[in-house]
Design a protein around this ligand. Structure first.
Ligand code: GAP
Length: 448
């Protein structure tokens, strides 16, 4: 079942308004690589900040980490990525294009009809070499997940944070996968950002903690405005579990191409710490003073994609409605995710309005990401702010010069209230936190 939103509309809005551009566009682009524009980068930062706040700052059992993308190649041998992080591929004997074996029906090349080879395993890690000499001995990999940087620092973090188990270590950072079939805009790309927690627990409590994190992560999306009916949980069958996983749930979202994975929450057991202990020769167990035991912790891993979350938030917020016989495209983004919180819009470029408008901008911009726009008609400027999801527009008109009041327009209800310039920052802050928009003072004569 596809969602009600067309992916082409999302891609077009993203390009038109500066959320996402094709990478290296002036050179014709690079397949499935994307750049985040001025409002896209704000949205992405807000998604990461909301995640970090929820999983690190608002908890006392999770700490953060930022590890390097390039790691000792032994890490990937130990983690199983060199042997197991593979997709079966077939190659066309005529045009030499490669296809994922499980995505091909029949025995002919979908492009030219040529004969296909038997499936061969293809590793998804990007290889590069470190140092000035390109030799096999210098081969390193770009990390395909941030998780391994956490596992190899387990001992460092436990010792320095002086925290007890259960303990989570969170990381946000770039990952790279040479995906065979990238696509669907920013849904599956070869370079993307991960938001991962490795939550270390006492063996035997792992199932309880898996359930806990599945609920916690599901609720996070709902709290940030994703409609519940567009989310669902799917437990992995035994035959589809990753090589490290004992159990796994996907949070799926109804993307324009249908239900697809948004985030995975896996029970990795003691696979990674045991492997790293074996391959590095360092002991990676935990001394549980309370239980009087020493054990290798089990790990629950909520693993989300920043880019995929951005796409889900955009799709879910997208709406087209008719206002005064005109089509309005609007992003009903949660205020904490909206790239711009408030736009300051003088009614026109008339020089009499500019000083007060600038004064309002100065008052607001230290507290909120604020846009100042005095070009084009007020109607067109409202449309632009609606399309990038700005919760509030503040309009300065000629009456404002007399009564030192401005109009605040609410993106979702289109209601307008008139408030004094003095103290405006406090009013906007309260509205962004969800205070009701009292439209009893609605100025019905204002253009919506
Ligand atoms: N450490 C476990 C892990 O990486 P995964 O299911 O392969 O698990 C977790 O990835 C999440 O990362 C996915 O649910 C998705 O949101 C994101 N992700 C994975 N591959 C991606 C890709 N090629 N492009 C964009 N996001 C991706």
């Amino acid at each position: 079942m596809p969602s009600k939103v067309d992916m082409d509309k999302i891609v077009s809005l993203c390009k038109r308004r500066g959320f996402v551009f094709p990478s290296s566009e002036i050179y014709g682009g690079l397949a499935s690589c994307w750049d985040y524009g001025p409002v896209g980068v704000e949205l992405k930062r807000n998604v990461k900040e909301a995640w970090w706040k929820a999983v690190v700052h608002e908890r006392d059992d999770v700490v953060g980490l930022d590890t390097s993308i390039m790691m000792h190649p032994g890490v990937w041998a130990a983690s199983g990525h060199i042997d197991n992080f593979t997709d079966p591929l077939v190659e066309c004997k005529s045009c030499h294009l490669r296809w994922r074996a499980d995505a091909i029906e029949g025995k002919k090349c979908p492009k030219c009809g040529g004969e296909l080879t038997e499936p061969r395993m293809f590793n998804l890690m990007f290889k590069t070499s470190m140092g000035p000499v390109e030799e096999e001995a210098n081969t390193i990999y770009l990390r395909p997940e941030t998780a391994q940087g956490i596992f190899v620092n387990f001992e460092n973090v436990v010792t320095t944070s002086r925290k007890k188990l259960p303990l989570g270590i969170a990381q946000i950072g770039k990952s790279f996968r040479n995906e065979i079939t990238p696509g669907n805009f920013i849904f599956r790309t070869r370079e993307f950002e991960h938001m991962e927690v490795e939550y270390f627990v006492r063996p035997g409590t792992d199932e309880k903690w898996l359930d806990y994190w599945v609920k916690e992560r599901f609720d996070w999306y709902v709290k940030l405005g994703i409609k519940k009916e567009n989310l669902r949980l799917r437990r992995h069958g035994k035959d589809e579990l990753a090589h490290y996983a004992r159990d796994c749930y996907d949070i799926e979202y109804l993307f324009p191409m249908g239900w697809s994975e948004l985030e995975g929450i896996a029970n990795r057991g003691d696979f990674d710490l045991t492997q790293h202990a074996k391959c590095s020769g360092k002991e990676l167990s935990y001394h549980d003073a309370e239980a009087g035991e020493k054990y290798v912790p089990y790990v629950i891993e909520p693993s989300a994609g920043v880019d995929r979350s951005v796409l889900a938030f955009l799709v879910d917020a997208y709406d087209e409605e008719e206002v005064e016989k005109e089509k309005r495209t609007v992003l009903h983004l949660h205020p904490s995710l909206a790239p711009i919180k408030v736009a300051v819009l003088p009614l026109s470029r008339n020089e009499k309005l500019t000083p007060l408008a600038k004064e309002v901008f100065k008052q607001l911009c230290p507290s909120f990401v604020t846009d100042y726009d005095d070009s084009q008609s007020i109607g067109r400027r409202y449309r632009r702010q609606d399309e990038i999801g700005t919760p509030f527009c503040v309009t300065i008109d000629f009456e404002s010069l007399e009564d030192k009041q401005v109009t605040i327009r609410d993106r979702d209800s289109l209601a307008q209230i008139r408030v004094p310039v003095e103290g405006l920052e406090k009013v906007i802050a309260a509205k962004l936190k969800g205070e009701a928009f009292d439209a009893s003072t609605l100025w019905s004569t204002r253009e919506k």
